[in-house]
Every structure is written in structure tokens, then in C-alpha cells.
Design a protein around this ligand. Sequence first.
Ligand SMILES: CC(C)(COP(=O)(O)OP(=O)(O)OC[C@H]1O[C@@H](n2cnc3c(N)ncnc32)[C@H](O)[C@@H]1OP(=O)(O)O)[C@@H](O)C(=O)NCCC(=O)NCCS
Length: 273
Amino acid sequence: MDGGVRLLGLGDLAACQRLAADREWGQEDRKWRFLFSVGDVYGVDDGDGELAGTVVSTLYGQDVAAISMVLVAKRFERRGLGGRLTRHAMDNAGTASFCLTATEYGRPLYERLGFKAVGQCTTYIGASDGPSRRGVSVPVEAADMPAVHALDTEVFGADRSRLVDGLPFFCETLRVVRDGGGIAGYGGAWRNDDRFVVGPLIARDAETALALVDEIVPEGPIRLDIDHRHPEIIAWAEEHGLRPAFTTTIMEWGAPIANDPARLFLPVAQALG
Ligand SMILES: CC(C)(COP(=O)(O)OP(=O)(O)OC[C@H]1O[C@@H](n2cnc3c(N)ncnc32)[C@H](O)[C@@H]1OP(=O)(O)O)[C@@H](O)C(=O)NCCC(=O)NCCS
């Protein structure tokens, strides 16, 4: 391993993906590219042309940042590198609060850094027949974006402008439920390797959320990362024949984030909240 932590660029994408493969994570080309565009990707070189580790921080306004893609090559594990990378990303973001979704491997490391568990998330996977209804939502238009921003900020508890601006390009489907001058909810789905991730999904109530999910779900292999605080989405997944694949822990650090989990039905991605 040589040198310190450096800010990576798109030229490092292939090395990030080789590191991910070392940990049996997928290529996730679309997700990595989105993270490079909305976040700061950091890495440590292994001195042999590859990366020893990575971490991503995505700033949401001045106060909150999401931490993700904490990856350390097997040959460098248990030397403190994961902790060092995470601390570096936190110091550089300099926000009062952080959020992340931890795997069972990452959780002890984050607890040592002072992160606290606030919830559990189970990833459901399976195959979908595509939308089962139409008529509640419409495809997002530029004129809807101010309302999407406003609802997202209110529910997430931080200003995710850059990410929200990118959603119409990142998502294969992005629909809103209009309500007077504003919106009652928005939802999307995006392609990650060989399956669609259903999310983000933010809505004022479960009825709107379930209508949206029925209208945004693409045909084919799908994945939903479901917060256990949303049994109605778990019931939807089970009714549609999806099965639980693995469970992760939703964690926060620092000043409480003024979010509203009751209206945050599905994250954009575990990496982004
Ligand atoms: C999770 C992950 C990033 C941890 O990376 P790491 O560099 O091994 O992490 P650290 O070394 O900082 O800490 C891990 C362990 O090493 C121990 N450790 C740290 N420095 C050490 C040292 N000098 N000597 C011996 N052990 C040490 C820590 O106490 C910790 O031990 P524990 O897990 O038994 O409590 C790595 O295992 C990984 O990439 N896993 C797969 C991907 C993943 O799940 N990432 C997390 C996403 S949320």
C-alpha cells in the first residue's frame, strides 16, 4: 500500500470495479458513475496499480452527508484501512450529521466511529411482470422538479438538490403524483447491472406510495431495499413473490437528521439514502 487517501476520478472507475469484484460486489457501472457525479469518491493505492480501498461521501447541503462504498481489498483487511478511509471522508465532508447503510461487515467499524443504528433494511429480489396499474401518476416533467425538490428536502431532512437534479437522467422511469400545485409523491426505478432497483419512493401516505410502486415497477428482475418501518412495502414485495436476500442496518452519526422515515418509502440506493 502506498501514500494517503486521494480523491478519485472517473479514470479510476475500472479499478473501483476490480476492488468491488474482490469483495464479490457487482460491476454496478451505473451506480458508480452516478456516485462519481454527485459525490466524492476517495481511494488508497496499493502501490501495484490497483486500489487497496475506497469510500464515497455525498454531501446534502451543509449539514448532512451519506457515506458509502467502504471497500477494502481482502489482502489489506483488518489493518485499520476501512476505519481510516471512513474517517477521512467524514473529516472532508465536515458535516454535523452522517447517514449510511451498513453490511454486517461494516457495522462494527461504524459503531467504533460513533454511528448509531436507527433502523433495519431488508433487500427483496425477484421478478416482476411490470406495472399493474396506470392512472395515478404521470411521467415527471421539468415543471414538476421544484415540487420534487421541496418534498425530497422536507422528507429526507437535507437538501439533496444535486442528486434530485440527476434523477430524471439516472432513472429509467421517474413518475410523480400531482396534487394541486405540488406533488403527493414521486418514485423511480433505475437499472443496476442485470436488474432494476425500485426507488426512490417518497409519498405523503402509504396509499400513494403503493399506487406509485405499482406504476413504476419495471418488467423483469427487480430489487427493493425496504426499511422495516414500512411493513406495507414488505407486504407488497411478498405478494409479488419477491424473497428477502439480505438485511443491513441503517445508521446515523452526530446531530439528529430532521427526516421523516414515515414518508421515505424506498431509498434511491443504499449508498445514497
Ligand atoms: C468492512 C470492511 C470495509 C472493513 O475494512 P477493514 O480495513 O478490514 O476495516 P478495519 O481494519 O478498519 O476494521 C476491521 C477490523 O480490523 C481490526 N483492526 C483494525 N486495525 C487492526 C490492526 N492493526 N491489527 C489487527 N486488527 C485490526 C478492527 O478492530 C476490526 O476488527 P473486528 O471487525 O474484529 O472488530 C471490509 O471488510 C470490506 O471491504 N468488506 C466487504 C465490503 C463491505 O461490506 N463494506 C462495508 C459496506 S457498509
